[in-house]
Design a protein around this ligand. Structure first.
Ligand code: FA5
Length: 343
């Protein structure tokens, strides 16, 4: 019996060494341990074994059964592991010689416009700066000459934090740091996210983007402001544009203006974008107030500067023909995916 079992175990080993798939292990299990399997047949011979040997032979057969089962399941597990690895690696195989697949995501329209504007200003010698989103009251208001009792500091407009700081209400909050950071002359733009506790409507969000610019040098004039803005707008709208200034008021600029652009869609003839007025209100701007220069460590008797605060969302809406700013933050992919900048 012992010899016979030894032979059968060797036979199992040989058969297992020949199989290539884990599923083939079951055939060997059936052949040896199944109802009419070779080991099961030996159990049937137990009735012929003398009573005093039954326990010993039974033990031998049980051990053989366990050993064969262990051999089969070990082989099955090894083959299963190989099969899984093969599946993973063949599915994940990367062919680096294949052409790049088209990207399925895209930048947000606001990011695209921002980058385009940044590129134009960089080409004109401007540096691009990053402002904080949380600012001190000093930087957001005091440094840019906003008086203590100005309504903009009010709870209705400003998100105040418990520590007395604010969520930046405008990109002008970065002016002071930039005036102090760079040696003169300065040409810098600083786009950023702003927050105001506003009633929301088609033109107002509580979270929106501005792109601010400052130029400080000897003898900077309104002419410089008009030149740089016209250059930027002409590049963005891909045509020569005309701008005009109307009087405005900001505590940080003197004089202050509102800059309009002649409607680039109808060339001023009147259309739905310009509401038939021929002009589009674009961005507040002005000559930097002497006190703001002083706060930035610059002598206003030697240097002058101009600044503008472009509403970035407004530029995007103009380019896209979107008439509700809330669409930009809506995550409405149907709308955002259509974006093709061909202004
Ligand atoms: C300012 O914020 C000034 N700091 C801009 C400035 C900079 C003037 C430098 C002079 C010199 P104003 O509050 O008008 O200005 O905002 C500027 C632009 O930001 C607006 O023309 C508008 O396009 C955009 N804007 C303002 N508030 C909102 C809002 N709640 N939602 C969306 N866009 C807004």
């Amino acid at each position: 019996m012992k010899e016979k079992i030894k032979e059968l175990i060797e036979l199992v080993k040989t058969k297992l060494s020949e199989i290539k798939k884990s599923s083939e292990g079951q055939n060997i299990r059936v052949e040896f341990l199944g109802k009419s399997g070779k080991i099961t047949e030996l159990f049937r011979l137990m009735k012929e074994v003398p009573a005093d040997k039954k326990q010993e032979v039974g033990q031998i057969l049980n051990n053989a059964k366990q050993e064969i089962e262990a051999l089969i399941s070990t082989k099955e597990k090894t083959l299963e592991k190989q099969e899984l690895e093969q599946e993973i690696f063949s599915a994940e195989k990367i062919d680096i010689t294949l052409p790049v697949k088209e990207c399925t995501g895209s930048l947000h329209p606001r990011t695209i416009i921002q980058k385009e504007i940044e590129d134009v200003f960089i080409s004109m010698g401007f540096v691009v700066e990053d402002g904080n989103e949380v600012e001190t009251e000093y930087n957001n208001f005091t440094a840019v000459n906003v008086p203590e009792n100005h309504p903009a500091r009010d709870m209705q407009d400003t998100f105040w934090l418990d520590n007395g700081e604010v969520l930046k209400t405008h990109t002008s909050a970065a002016q002071n740091k930039i005036l102090k950071k760079y040696p003169l002359p300065i040409r810098a733009i600083f786009p950023g996210r702003c927050f105001r506790n506003e009633d929301l409507d088609a033109g107002h969000e509580n979270t929106f983007f501005q792109l601010e610019g400052v130029i400080v040098d000897k003898d900077v004039s309104v002419g410089n402001l008009i030149y740089f803005m016209k250059e930027m707008l002409s590049k963005i709208f891909k045509k020569e544009v005309e701008v005009r200034l109307r009087p405005g008021f900001f505590p940080f600029t003197e004089p202050s203006f509102e800059m309009d652009v002649r409607c680039p869609f109808c060339d001023g003839k009147g259309c739905s974008t310009c509401k038939n007025g021929g002009w589009i209100e674009l961005c507040p701007c002005g000559m930097i107030h002497p006190q703001v220069l002083r706060n930035g460590g610059i002598d206003p008797d030697k240097y002058s500067g101009c600044a503008f605060g472009l509403g970035l969302d407004r530029m995007v809406m103009l380019s896209l023909g979107i008439n509700d700013i809330r669409e930009l933050n809506s995550g409405n992919l149907k709308l955002l995916k259509q974006f093709k900048l061909n202004v």
